[in-house]
Design a protein around this ligand. Structure first.
Ligand code: G4P
Length: 534
């Protein structure tokens, strides 16, 4: 697997050209929409350079490579975000996984800080679902352009125009279909390419294991072959044109519109079209803005930031893997870089591109690429690494937690270890730690986006810090930002607690949205701001 790309391109490339040939993206979807299936289909159509970590999160799937924690093995899920690198039409595609299902966590959101675009994968029969909307909200907040894929068109589902309305209403984006299905959901015959008017007919292959042959034909030939289904598709497509649903690159990049494609990932339908859209429409890595508001040019010396830490791969060695997204310059394995926060050197001798059992050392990487650094115990979430002139990228956002539990040390004699462990987990972003005078330092509230984060915290407190904890779940489901002036009023309300987060945010914890609304009714001026991301 030794760098096919490098062999293609000769010696180390210059970073601007290499960045232009990269697309770094994630798939946002609800469990079962077909993310794993689509990922496999993308890998089938493109040439997989590196099969990393692997993308699957399901029990019984043999591709799950990382098995560093007992819990992960027991459940067959992958705690870590992994990266799959593919090449297609001379472009390197970095697909960064967004863990879902039971492993949905703050890391899932953080992945979105490391990508330049997202594919919103929608099940044709279900439309936009909860987890998709949560991830969409983060993309929208961060201004990440979104390509929408309506999947499972080979199965009965919603009407395509209804789906477009649903996207428009729920996301506020204007859907601009690039292709339009011929045949209703469940009778997928092919698509009209809306720019050329051509018909692309699909031929199913046995089990979808092969690349599905695509037959291109003129509108006349399509009409003769598909009859009414073709006429309906053409009419609907014209209706869309009349309502202005045409792709506009600037509107797409500006987060105003979303190109839409129809697919059946399990049959490999529409997958090549998606790869083409990624190459032609998705943005290449661009200069990242630092804390001073200055953009670090792509050809500045190496810089990157840590968007994920994975701990405990080898508990005996307190191993840590830090996933970095490269922002500028060329990464060469073995280079010694500086951790901006501490000013200390970091040796990148053990940089990996593939994770889990299939590790392979990465020799060189470019802006947009994601690399795993071993021995990263001194790195934290959001840390900047750089060569050359110093740079520090903004801290990573924290996200709205939805699960809350009080942590108490099982053994009160190990309070020092307890405190050290909690502080470390907080610094690494494993869980958010919320404190209040009422609860005291010995019983902080841990907050998480997904319950899996609690399990990781519990496991690490026991195995790594020698301070097992007991977690007592709290009945809150919502955190809202408030101000010190409102703290006494809110604290006096039934079912509400006010706590302080490490970043200085004062948060009101409430059972649910109804309670938020009833308090807003009673106190119209109350400050209870939603936390999408800070
Ligand atoms: P996820 O990663 O988003 O959770 O979804 P995954 O790919 O595992 O797909 C969920 C189920 O949907 C799978 O079926 C998969 O085969 C099916 N699926 C995915 N894409 C399509 C599609 O385009 N058309 C149809 N008809 N089905 C699709 P399963 O029965 O849960 O698992 P399996 O036994 O098929 O693997």
């Amino acid at each position: 697997m030794q760098h096919v790309l490098e062999q293609q391109a000769g010696a180390a490339d210059e970073p601007v050209g290499a960045a232009a040939r990269r697309r770094t993206f994630a798939v946002i979807s609800h469990p079962d929409a077909g993310k794993s299936t689509l990922t496999e289909a993308l890998a089938l159509h493109a040439r997989a350079i590196t099969k990393a970590g692997h993308v699957h999160g399901k029990a019984g799937r043999n591709a799950t490579v990382s098995d560093w924690m007992e819990m992960e093995q027991a459940r067959g899920i992958s705690i870590s975000s992994a990266v799959l690198q593919l090449t297609y039409r001379d472009t390197v595609l970095n697909l960064v996984d967004t863990p879902g299902h039971a492993d949905f966590s703050e890391d899932t959101y953080r992945v979105l800080t490391a990508v330049d675009a997202a594919i919103m994968l929608v099940d044709a029969s279900k439309g936009l679902e909860v987890q998709t909307m949560k991830l969409f909200a983060v993309c929208k907040h961060r201004g990440i352009p979104i390509i929408t894929v309506i999947n499972k068109w080979d199965r009965p589902g919603k009407d395509p125009l209804e789906l477009m309305d649903e996207i428009a209403e729920r996301t506020g984006l204007t859907p601009t279909p690039l292709s339009w299905p011929v045949g209703i959901a469940g009778d997928f015959r092919g698509v009209v390419e809306r720019d050329s008017g051509e018909y692309v007919a699909f031929t199913p292959t046995a089990g979808g294991a092969q690349i599905a042959p695509e037959e291109r034909m003129s509108p006349g030939a399509a009409a003769a072959r598909e009859g009414d289904a073709w006429t309906v598709a053409r009419e609907e497509s014209q209706l869309l044109a009349a309502s202005g649903a045409e792709h506009d690159q600037e509107m797409f990049l500006g987060g105003i519109s979303t190109p839409v494609l129809f697919a059946a990932a399990v049959r490999n339908f529409g997958v090549r079209r998606l790869l083409d859209a990624l190459v032609e429409l998705a943005p290449a890595p661009s200069p990242r803005t630092d804390r001073q508001g200055e953009a670090r040019p792509l050809d500045a010396p190496f810089s990157a930031f840590v968007f994920k830490l994975q701990a405990g791969m080898d508990t005996a060695h307190r191993d840590r893997l830090a996933y970095i997204r490269i922002c500028s310059g060329v990464f060469e394995r073995g280079m010694v870089v500086t951790t901006a926060r501490t000013g200390r050197p970091f040796a990148t001798k053990y940089a990996q591109q593939a994770f889990g059992r299939d590790r392979s050392l990465v020799e060189v990487a470019y802006p947009g690429d994601v690399v795993g650094l071993v021995n990263a115990s001194n790195l934290r979430i959001g840390d900047t690494l750089h060569a050359g002139p110093p740079v520090q990228f903004p801290a990573l956002p924290t996200f709205a937690p939805e699960h809350f539990a009080v942590a108490r040390g099982v053994d009160t004699g190990r309070y020092k270890q307890f405190r050290r462990g909690i502080t470390q987990l907080e610094a690494e972003g494993v869980v958010q730690v919320l404190r209040s005078d009422l609860r005291g330092e010995q019983a902080p509230v841990l907050a998480a986006v997904g319950p899996m984060q609690f399990e990781v915290a519990e496991g690490r407190m026991r195995a790594e810090f020698g301070a097992p904890i007991h977690l007592e779940p709290l009945g809150y489901g919502v955190a809202r930002r408030t101000t010190p002036a409102w703290a006494p009023t809110l604290s006096a309300e039934w079912g509400v607690e006010v706590v302080l987060r490490e970043d200085g945010e004062l948060l009101a914890l409430l059972p649910d949205q109804w309670r938020v609304r009833s308090i807003q009714r009673n106190h119209p001026d109350v400050v209870l701001e939603p936390l999408v991301a800070t």
